[in-house]
Ligand binder design. Structure first.
Ligand code: AR6
Length: 184
């Protein structure tokens, strides 16, 4: 499924984040930038040791990456030139600012990409794996945040992609995007 929002192509597709031919892929990282399972593990495995080495330097310089913020490294062996590492919130029932922190993770990633002049980027479904954020709620926040950013920054990006690992997750994102676009 795709849509054009203020001059940017927004695409939803099923796939693996590490295979994406975009300028930057977004990693669902942890605050220590330690590498882990899921998206994080796949990116570090495919990208090689250069990414972990840059993460180590960021950890030394600024202690890692707070929840809701983003940092950038090179993409190592990935097709993408950069990895934007963002940290989504761990779901703790919804009363600990999780919604706003998740929106902030997407916004911070988009802002960092804009600052670096990156034209195309791919997001995974942040926080919806190991961090257990409810999928439909996360999809609404992800798509609304991206849509609002693109509307406020027309033509900054050529393409923003969501890469969903499975067909059921893609289906949730497609249904949610239709609702978000209908809402205007
Ligand atoms: N490509 C695209 N999506 C994927 C891939 C992949 N290769 N692998 C998994 N997914 P998760 P989180 C989906 O757990 O919830 C790590 O240990 C997955 O099915 O990767 O933000 C980090 O170090 C799910 O829908 O990220 C952190 O400690 C979504 O991506 C923690 O997990 C996100 O799942 C972050 O947890």
């Amino acid at each position: 499924m795709e849509a054009i929002i203020a001059g940017t192509l927004l695409q939803l597709l099923q796939g693996d984040i590490v295979d994406q031919e975009v300028e930057a892929v977004v990693n669902a990282a942890n605050t220590g930038l330690w590498g882990g399972s899921g998206v994080d593990g796949a990116i570090h495995r495919a990208g090689g040791p250069a990414i972990a080495e840059e993460c180590r330097r960021i950890r030394e310089e600024q202690g890692g990456c707070p929840v809701g913020q983003a940092v950038i490294t090179s993409g190592g062996f990935l097709k993408a030139r950069y990895v934007i590492h963002t940290v989504g919130p761990i779901w703790r029932g919804g009363r600990e600012g999780e919604d706003e922190l998740l929106a902030s993770a997407y916004r911070s990633s988009l802002q960092l990409a804009r600052e670096k002049g990156i034209k195309s980027l791919a997001f995974p479904s942040i926080s919806t794996g190991a961090y257990r954020f409810p999928l439909e709620r996360a999809a609404g926040i992800a798509l609304t945040t991206v849509k609002d950013f693109l509307t406020a920054n027309p033509g900054i990006f050529s393409e923003v992609r969501f890469v969903l690992f499975s067909q059921p997750v893609l289906a949730v994102y497609e249904k949610t995007l239709a609702e978000v676009l209908d809402a205007g």
